[in-house]
Design a protein around this ligand. Sequence first.
Ligand SMILES: *[C@@H]1O[C@H](CO)[C@@H](O)[C@H](O)[C@H]1NC(C)=O
Ligand SMILES: *[C@@H]1O[C@H](CO)[C@@H](O)[C@H](O)[C@H]1NC(C)=O
Ligand SMILES: *[C@@H]1O[C@H](CO)[C@@H](O)[C@H](O)[C@H]1NC(C)=O
Ligand SMILES: *[C@@H]1O[C@H](CO)[C@@H](O)[C@H](O)[C@H]1NC(C)=O
Ligand SMILES: *[C@@H]1O[C@H](CO)[C@@H](O)[C@H](O)[C@H]1NC(C)=O
Ligand SMILES: *[C@@H]1O[C@H](CO)[C@@H](O)[C@H](O)[C@H]1NC(C)=O
Ligand SMILES: *[C@@H]1O[C@H](CO)[C@@H](O)[C@H](O)[C@H]1NC(C)=O
Length: 513
Amino acid sequence: MFLRPCQLLVISCLHVAVYGAVLRNFQVTQPVVVPDDAKQCTIKVLQPPTDCGPLGSWAAITLNLTVTSNGTQYDRLAHFTFQNVEIWRTSTPEPTIGDGIIWTYIKDVSRYTPLFANPGTFILQLDNIVEPGLDGIYSSKMLNVTLPRNTVKVFAELLASGNAEEEFWYFNAANEYLSTLPQDTTYGQGPFRELRLLIDGKIAGAALPYPVIFTGGLNPSLWRPITAYGALDLPTYFLDVTPFVPLLTDGNPHQFTIDVVSAEDDHTILQNWYVSGLLQVITDPSLKPTTGHMTVYDAPLFSQTSTTAVVQPDNVNITVKATRKLHIEANILSGSGEATYVVWKQDLSYSNEQSYIQDAQYQIVTQRASGSNIATHNGVPSVVEIFSYPLYIDLAFSADQTSFTTVVDHSYDRDLLPDPLVVRSKIEMSQITNGFFQVETDGNFANGTSNNTFAYEDLAGNTYTREVDAALNNITFDREGGTLAHTGTTTEGFQSISQVIKYVLGRLPGGNK
Ligand SMILES: *[C@@H]1O[C@H](CO)[C@@H](O)[C@H](O)[C@H]1NC(C)=O
Ligand SMILES: *[C@@H]1O[C@H](CO)[C@@H](O)[C@H](O)[C@H]1NC(C)=O
Ligand SMILES: *[C@@H]1O[C@H](CO)[C@@H](O)[C@H](O)[C@H]1NC(C)=O
Ligand SMILES: *[C@@H]1O[C@H](CO)[C@@H](O)[C@H](O)[C@H]1NC(C)=O
Ligand SMILES: *[C@@H]1O[C@H](CO)[C@@H](O)[C@H](O)[C@H]1NC(C)=O
Ligand SMILES: *[C@@H]1O[C@H](CO)[C@@H](O)[C@H](O)[C@H]1NC(C)=O
Ligand SMILES: *[C@@H]1O[C@H](CO)[C@@H](O)[C@H](O)[C@H]1NC(C)=O
């Protein structure tokens, strides 16, 4: 990468003027880190930048997606692609009738600078696929890729999200015990999902997906105005594929497969997961082919899993556990004579306990997914990921099923170096939400509270903290700290929306009740 730190490219996406007391929805996140001394150029999507230096020479690139919406509608998934590469997956908050909503999310896409070195087309594809009942099967993607023969490093980034029958995948019950639950309580295929990358049929790496809850999930009032973490910027997963370089530099096409598998005997899942991915390929200045050998390959096709249950007449508890260890090493010799010893190790662990109490009137899921992924090149870390994604959801339905309470307590703790071109950073995000939903014939009633604690730090010395609470659509507490605070880009300020909101029914495990 040959970045000249000169100018900052801001790409301003959709925006529409709005009036009135619109509700500002947002996901709690750190402000983007851009050099202070850079000249800022703003372009509208589809207009190539002029007066911003040569293509691809920018110090940082950010995307500003500002969207307004008005009217009762479900949330939707959106894919942002440039040059046909998906660089941002987001979803839309649920709008309301009346004053409507607006949201802005600033996404740092500087790591894709090489992609921006050539003119291309941005596409924002809005799908209707968060809703149940729509099927587009896309849960496994296969592609033949031919890499340059002088490739010396390859990093993969994977995107994946569960929708429809897979939206609440962590609430899907193991097939063996599905029949012990009242009919239509939830879907099958169990709660374990593993995202895998295979090269010519061999595992190159795997990820335990972070459970993103969309704004129409469970009880929409929980996510208004503060979305669940990841709803506006779905987390992606990083693997060091460099140990495969000796196999990939033969000048022939190789098959890359991205898929999602379960812990059931046949490893299949329901419909559907949307997966995609991209490769960052680094070549040697010499045009000579890279050579080398994979010296260690210990990577089972599937995780080790177990499913157990305690089944009583009215109460069923089902526990699914999984672990995966992966260890790959390779010697790489570049055309210009540089030798690199690459070590890529993953150690992942997962557990999920579902409790269905009093004939599933009370439904509780406690999931833990954590692990560490570490790749080194001659001992120097190239990809590091140490993560923990605890999730607790408690749904309690009234006896007549017309109302329910919801508690969601979840965290996103991730220490991440996605590749050696990006600074290592750490995020600790916790969100606790409580809510009530009542189905009514003339428009549903719902309320919710949301408490959020967020901390970001990176190895460049940037820090950011935010504590923000909401109750009944109002921001009741908001405090920022750290070196990135008060940039004016993320503080929504106190809001007080007094309109009465009629909610559309939230989506629930097993489809709407
Ligand atoms: C939203 O739509 C409603 C009904 O179509 C309209 O009365 C209202 O003025 C709109 N609000 C905004 C902010 O455009
Ligand atoms: C990729 O190549 C393999 C042989 O290497 C071939 O069997 C397969 O059909 C190809 N797949 C695609 C999607 O082109
Ligand atoms: C089932 O799960 C519930 C809630 O987590 C717990 O209180 C109960 O003790 C569990 N029952 C058994 C038999 O494990
Ligand atoms: C939400 O509404 C329910 C039912 O009216 C009520 O019991 C609960 O206290 C309300 N929650 C909040 C946070 O106001
Ligand atoms: C959320 O924060 C408020 C203060 O803003 C506090 O009163 C309340 O107890 C907190 N709720 C939870 C569940 O932590
Ligand atoms: C993003 O775009 C919106 C709409 O044009 C604008 O109001 C906002 O200031 C922009 N935010 C940043 C940080 O540039
Ligand atoms: C927001 O808070 C204000 C008081 O600060 C209150 O009057 C209003 O009813 C609240 N909004 C909602 C939707 O409850």
